[in-house]
Ligand binder design. Structure first.
Ligand SMILES: [Zn+2]
Length: 325
């Protein structure tokens, strides 16, 4: 099969939107389609919307479904990547939904499913920041913190398929409570949710002077990553303090990952990292260097993800190709 008629579809499925893209063997997006997820309509309706979104992307690329070799999907989880069953997805209101089987019945194309963060890490490995590596760890910072592990070019899942939960590594014993019920998880001290909590406390409760409220549209109900980034650029003290604290704990986690696995690269992505760039990465690198044992960090690259919003669909296309073999 020639490279220019070797197509797969990558799907990035979230709680609010579904993105489907026809992707060639070079990892280039040929055509894409987008739909609202509308999870309240139930699993049957959402699966039908995913199928329609895929058909639209395929049709837009002037292809027939029979010309698509495979479909890869990055989905919220936990899920079973072997059976393609979504075990539990609170954002979607799903439990035990056989996503793979249902889509294969609908579209007659081999379909493979993995969790969204694993898929994003796979995208960065194959076509993003990690192209020259074989072993890397992805850390994605957003409302929560997720991670993925690539060993020798393949996702590592672990015995219960839960490997890569970097957000629940405990970095501060007796720290703030995490959504998982434990105390002091990385996610509880360094996610955007944790930063928001700390910023609201500093500005609203302690009355610290800050430009953040103005930059965030006059309130602090839901603090956006780009408002945090602009406040940092303006030298806003409370915001800088909160970002530095998050960077410290992300750096501690990076040092622990380096000690434990010594990967070639750690890729940091997600909305917060994208918006803050080096003003978050530099203090993470510094903290990691401070906590890492001598020489363990020497050739480990700590870099920003490069695929941005496309990491999901591109990573899903890589999943489809790898699993098809
Ligand atoms: Zn936790």
């Amino acid at each position: 099969m020639a490279a220019n008629d070797d197509y797969v579809v990558g799907v990035d499925m979230g709680g609010t939107k579904i993105l489907a893209a026809v992707i060639n063997a070079k990892g280039e997006i040929v055509q894409q389609a987008k739909k609202a997820t509308k999870p309240k309509k139930g699993a049957d309706a959402v699966i039908e919307r995913i199928a329609r979104c895929i058909r639209e992307a395929v049709d837009g690329a002037d292809l027939k479904p029979s010309q698509i070799r495979a479909i890869g999907i990055g989905s919220p989880g936990p899920l079973d990547p072997d059976t393609g069953i979504i075990i539990f997805a609170p954002n979607l209101g799903w439990s035990n939904v056989p996503l793979k089987a249902r889509l294969e019945a609908n579209l007659s194309i081999p379909t493979f499913v993995d969790n969204d963060v694993n898929v994003g890490t796979l995208g960065e490995y194959a076509f993003g920041a990690g192209q020259e590596t074989k072993n890397l760890v992805g850390i994605f910072v957003g409302t929560g913190i997720g991670g993925g592990i690539i060993l020798d070019g393949k996702l590592f899942h672990g015995i219960n398929k839960t490997a890569g939960e970097v957000g629940h590594m405990i970095v501060k014993a007796n720290g703030p409570r995490c959504g998982c019920g434990n105390f002091g998880c990385l996610e509880a001290v360094a996610s955007r949710t944790a930063m928001t909590r700390a910023l609201r406390k500093a500005i609203l409760k302690k009355g610290k002077k800050s430009v953040l409220t103005k930059l965030n549209g006059g309130n602090l109900d839901l603090i956006r990553s780009n408002a945090i980034a602009r406040a940092v650029t303006r030298g806003d003290k409370p915001t800088i303090k909160v970002v530095r604290r998050a960077a410290k704990y992300l750096g501690i986690s990076v040092a622990s990952i380096v000690h434990f696995l010594n990967p070639e690269m750690i890729v940091l992505g997600g909305g917060v990292v994208e918006a803050l760039g080096d003003s978050l990465l530099d203090p993470i690198r510094k903290a990691a260097a401070k906590y890492a044992l001598p020489a363990t960090m020497d050739s480990v690259q700590i870099v920003a993800a490069t695929l941005g919003d496309n990491a999901g669909v591109i990573g899903a296309s890589v999943l489809a190709r790898q699993r098809l073999l």
